[in-house]
Ligand binder design. Structure first.
Ligand code: AMP
Ligand code: TRP
Length: 332
C-alpha cells in the first residue's frame, strides 16, 4: 500500500461511544472526502481511551463499534490504512521518546487537560497529562502532512509541531511537520440545547446532540426542540443568534447549500419550518450510514480482517520512522 508520492494524512478518534453529528461533520466526512487525493491513515486511538476509566468489556466493544462507524461513514480500507492504535507498538515507543522532548510547562497549558482534570478530579492521571505526546507520536510516526480534526484539537496539533521542530532542530530532518486541516463549514457544531458550547457525546442532556445512530423521528424531534431565539428570522449571526446560526451551518453542511442560499430559502418562514427541514436533511444524510453500520456490526470477521491488514501496513510505515528516531538518539 502507498507506493505514490501523494501527501499523507493521519487522524484518529477515541472509542468512547457513538459519534455525534459534530464528529461527523467536523471530522469524519472530511476523512472520507480526502481519501482519493491523499494517502490516508485512520486509527481508532484506543490507547488514548485509557486516560479515563473504562470496563474492559466495554472498551473492547466500543473499539469495534468505532471501527464500524468509520467504515459506515465511508472510510474505505481499500484506499486507506485503517487500524487500531494499540496494534502498532511503535506508537507507545515513540511516545516515550517524544515525552523526553516535551516540557511540563507546555503540557500545563493544554486547555483539554485543564478541562478534563477539572471534570475528573478523582483521576487526574499522568496519562491524561501526557495525552498530547501520544497524539504527537501518532501523527509524527507516519510523516504526516495534514491532520483533519475539529477546532478543539488545534492546540494539540500545535504542540505536536513544536515537539517535531525541537527534535528536528537537534537531529536534522527526522519528522515531517504536520499541518492542521480544519473544515470551513462544520468545524464547530454547537449543542442544540446550549448553542454557545460545542456538541458533545458526553453531554448529559441527550437532546443537545444528534447521535449518528438516532432514528429519523428522534433526529427531527431533537431539531424541533433546539434552542433558538425570539426574533423569528432565519439569519446568520453568531453573536446575536448562536442557535439559528448553528442550525444554518448544519443545514449548509448536509445540503451543500451556501449560508446565503439558506437564508433566502427561509425568508418569511418561521423557525418551525426551518427546524423540520434541517432535521429531515440530517436524517436523510445519516440513513445510509446507519444501514451500513448495522451490516458491519454483523460482520465481525470482516472487521477483524480489516484490522489485521491495517496493523501490518501501519506497522511497516511506523517502523521506518521509529528506527530513524532510535538511531538518532543512540538506541540503535
Ligand atoms: P471527540 O469527540 O472529542 O473525541 O472528537 C473527535 C473528532 O471530532 C475531533 O477531530 C474533534 O475535533 C471533532 N469534533 C468533536 N466535536 C465536534 C463538534 N461539536 N464540532 C465539530 N467537530 C467536532
Ligand atoms: N486527541 C484526538 C481527539 O480527542 C484524538 C487523536 C489521538 C488524534 N491521536 C490523534 C487526532 C492523531 C488526530 C491525530 O479527538
Amino acid at each position: 500500500m502507498f507506493m505514490t508520492k501523494k501527501k499523507r494524512i493521519f487522524s484518529g478518534m477515541q472509542p468512547t461511544g457513538i459519534l455525534t453529528l459534530g464528529n461527523y461533520l467536523g471530522a469524519m466526512r472530511n476523512w472520507v472526502a480526502l481519501q482519493d487525493e491523499y494517502e490516508c491513515i485512520y486509527s481508532v486511538v484506543d490507547l488514548h481511551s485509557l486516560t479515563i476509566r473504562n470496563e474492559a468489556k466495554e472498551l473492547r466493544e466500543q473499539r469495534m463499534s468505532l471501527l464500524a462507524q468509520y467504515l459506515a461513514c465511508g472510510v474505505d480500507p481499500e484506499k486507506s490504512i485503517v487500524f487500531m492504535q494499540s496494534h502498532v507498538s511503535a506508537h507507545a515507543e515513540l511516545n516515550w521518546v517524544l515525552g523526553c522532548y516535551t516540557y511540563v510547562g507546555e503540557l500545563n497549558r493544554m486547555t483539554q487537560f485543564k478541562e478534563k482534570s477539572a471534570k475528573h478530579e478523582e483521576n487526574v492521571n499522568a496519562g491524561l497529562f501526557t495525552y498530547p505526546v501520544l497524539m504527537a507520536a501518532d501523527v509524527l510516526l507516519y510523516q504526516t502532512d495534514l491532520v483533519p480534526v475539529g477546532n478543539d484539537q488545534k492546540q494539540h496539533l500545535e504542540i505536536a509541531r513544536d515537539i517535531a521542530e525541537r527534535f528536528n532542530g537537534v537531529y536534522g530532518n527526522v519528522f515531517q511537520i504536520p499541518e492542521p486541516y480544519i473544515p470551513k463549514v462544520g468545524a464547530r457544531i454547537m449543542s442544540l440545547q446550549e448553542p454557545t458550547s460545542k456538541m458533545s457525546k458526553s453531554d448529559e442532556n441527550k437532546n443537545s446532540y444528534i447521535s449518528l445512530l438516532d432514528p429519523p423521528q428522534t433526529i427531527v424531534k431533537k431539531f424541533k426542540r433546539a434552542v433558538t431565539d425570539s426574533e423569528a428570522v432565519v439569519r446568520y449571526d453568531l453573536e446575536e443568534k448562536p442557535g439559528i446560526s448553528n442550525l444554518i451551518s448544519i443545514y449548509a453542511s448536509v445540503s451543500g447549500k451556501t449560508l446565503e442560499e439558506i437564508v433566502e430559502e427561509f425568508e418569511g418562514k418561521g423557525y418551525g419550518d426551518f427546524k423540520v427541514s434541517v432535521g429531515e436533511a440530517v436524517a436523510e444524510t445519516l440513513r445510509p450510514v446507519q444501514e451500513r453500520y448495522q451490516e458491519l456490526m454483523n460482520s465481525k470477521d470482516y472487521l477483524n480482517d480489516v484490522l489485521k491488514k491495517g496493523a501490518e501496513d501501519a506497522a511497516r510505515l511506523a517502523s521506518r520512522t521509529l528506527d530513524k528516531v532510535y538511531k538518532k538518539v543512540g538506541l540503535l
